[in-house]
Design a protein around this ligand. Structure first.
Ligand code: GLU
Length: 550
């Protein structure tokens, strides 16, 4: 009888379990090497948490000399979105999170433990589901969605724990005759797990981040195969992590509550469960000051593409996520400014068990440091690549003036003790450099006088005139500064700061006020990188034209 039922469920031939297991031999790995995976369900939007759930296992695996797998969990066909898989693959490539096995953008899948896209593994899952039916570890369920809703309603009214279990697992009690009759009548069915668990029993499960946790044993008869013949996530993950030899599962904390169920599934399968580490969600403060999970719906920064649009270097996002995961990253980075983040000794166990708050100030400071460590050539290339997507006119301007741009970006970068840190994002570059281009330099004399108040127009005019007379682009920085001082002195501005502090009333101002006049007329800004260097890069003609404008 049972065989007749199973043949009706799976009329097509399926691979044997022996055949399957033989294709997935135990891995030969060096001692201490771990096998981890990231297993996103591509839904069209890449959450920052998803990026973190790829980065952290990748770090853990590669640091141990192990294997990092990308597995695409697309068994929930209702949630599938066209192109969503490629979005994941592109992000992995762009963020330099490289998987040893699994799909890769525009290239064939890598690794011999695949296929790594779950919808391509249907037969494998079905072979195990068939086995579980044969071994009485699973059964057919004919309950409709309406039946389940009714049960759910009843449970919630009566304040009973919701779910398909124990007394509520109606189809668990069906006789083989009834099952056969239903099948022959063409009734729709799913396959459910026959849980041997007892909710009153306790299980202790170790989480690498949260330590030992006590849970009630899972007694849920969860669906393992849906009406479309595909497995549910819970069952697919069991089979895949077993066959792929996963030793460590590092994933979002939303899966923590499934841990008793997953442990039960591994126990029933007779397989050793991987070690689990559940990463806390990134949080945010709501308007009432309460913490909440970063939300796709409410927070634009929950979406990874947001950072790209804003112009953050991808490396800044990666280092920010590492910094959230391991708080000692910051110290390490300070001590090792030249090293790649890949050299940081990332530690799963050091991940905080309570969620960190998303912090733009921190992200900006990480980003500023990263860009500060780059050469002008790198800043130019990254900015250009960003502008080609987000600011085409500026990209054109950059390309037409490539040498000039690189010289501009090199100001206070090469050969200085303290590198400039005025760029946080690629989108800042335009604003920082636009005054170097005449057609973008819009300062009017009226605006300049306003900025320079309370200096008189007369003094300003004289300062500019006197400096124009002496400026030479062949001067050294010292010679240049001596000239600024001589102009100051000539116009009644103090050049000796000590004397100025003692008796400020005796002077019109000091040498820095004179430098400010020059700065405002040359750059249009009160603050700028080194003015001497700016003048050199701008070239004598442009400098004199700006100073001669009155
Ligand atoms: N497909 C699951 C997700 O997108 C993965 C859970 C796991 O890593 O086990 O969150």
């Amino acid at each position: 009888m049972k065989k007749e039922i199973i043949d009706l469920v799976f009329p097509q031939p399926l691979p044997s379990i022996e055949e399957i297991e033989a294709k997935y031999p135990p891995r030969e790995l060096p001692p201490g090497a771990i096998v981890t995976r990231t297993a996103p369900s591509p839904t069209g939007l890449l959450h920052l948490g998803t990026l973190s759930a790829a980065l952290l296992p990748e770090r853990a695996a590669h640091q141990s000399g192990g294997v990092f797998i990308l597995r695409i969990e697309d068994t929930d066909q209702k949630r599938q979105v066209e192109g969503a898989k490629d979005l994941v693959l592109r992000a992995m490539k762009d963020y330099d999170i490289s998987n040893d096995e699994g799909p890769v953008l525009n290239a064939p899948e890598k690794g011999s433990y695949g296929p790594y896209i779950q919808s391509e593994r249907k037969e494998i899952y079905q072979a195990y589901i068939k086995k579980w039916l044969e071994e009485d570890k699973a059964y057919l369920c004919f309950c409709t969605e309406e039946d389940n809703e009714k049960t759910h309603e009843m449970q919630s009214k009566a304040n009973i724990r919701p779910g398909y279990y124990g007394p509520f697992a109606k189809c668990r009690k069906l006789t083989e005759e009834a099952v056969l009759e239903n099948l022959k009548a063409g009734k729709r069915f799913i396959v459910r797990f026959k849980s041997p668990g007892h909710y009153t029993k306790k299980v202790i499960i170790e989480d690498l981040i949260r330590g030992r946790r006590e849970f009630p044993e899972s007694d849920l008869d969860i669906p393992i195969m849906k009406g479309d013949g595909l497995p549910t996530y819970h069952f697919a993950h069991l089979i895949d992590d077993h066959l792929m030899g996963t030793t460590h599962v590092i994933r979002g904390e939303e899966w923590l509550s499934s841990l008793p169920l997953h442990t039960m599934l591994f126990q029933v399968a007779g397989w050793r469960a991987p070690k689990y580490a559940h990463i806390s969600h990134i949080q945010k403060l709501d308007e009432n000051g309460n913490r909440r999970k970063l939300s796709k719906r409410l927070d634009p920064e929950a979406n990874v593409t947001y950072f790209d649009e804003k112009g953050y270097p991808k490396l800044a996002v990666i280092e920010y996520l590492l910094n959230l995961a391991n708080s000692n990253f910051e110290d390490w980075r300070r001590q090792n400014p030249e090293k790649s983040y890949k050299d940081f000794p990332f530690n799963i166990k050091k991940i905080g068990s309570s969620g960190a708050l998303f912090d733009f100030v921190k992200l900006d400071s990480i980003s500023r440091d990263i860009i500060g460590r780059m050469t002008a050539e790198e800043v130019y290339n990254y900015t250009l690549a960003w502008c080609e997507n987000y600011d085409v006119p500026f990209a054109l301007l950059m390309k037409e003036n490539a040498d000039y741009m690189k010289k501009i970006l090199n100001i206070e970068r090469e050969g200085v003790k303290k590198v400039r840190k005025d760029i946080v994002k690629w989108s800042d570059v335009k604003n920082e450099v636009s005054f170097f281009f005449d057609d973008q330099f819009t300062l009017t004399t009226g605006e300049a006088f306003n900025i320079l108040k309370p200096l008189s127009i007369n003094d300003i005019t004289n300062i500019l005139k006197d400096f124009v007379e002496v400026y030479k682009d062949t001067d050294t920085k010292d010679e240049w500064f001596q000239k600024v001082k001589s102009v100051a002195q000539k116009n009644g501005f103090c050049v000796d700061m000590k004397a100025y502090r003692e008796n400020p009333e005796a002077f019109k101002g000091n040498v820095s006020d004179v430098a400010k006049v020059l700065r405002v007329f040359v750059t249009g800004k009160e603050q700028s990188p080194d003015l001497y260097a700016i003048m050199l890069v701008m070239g004598k003609n442009r400098v004199l034209k700006r100073l001669n404008c009155l």
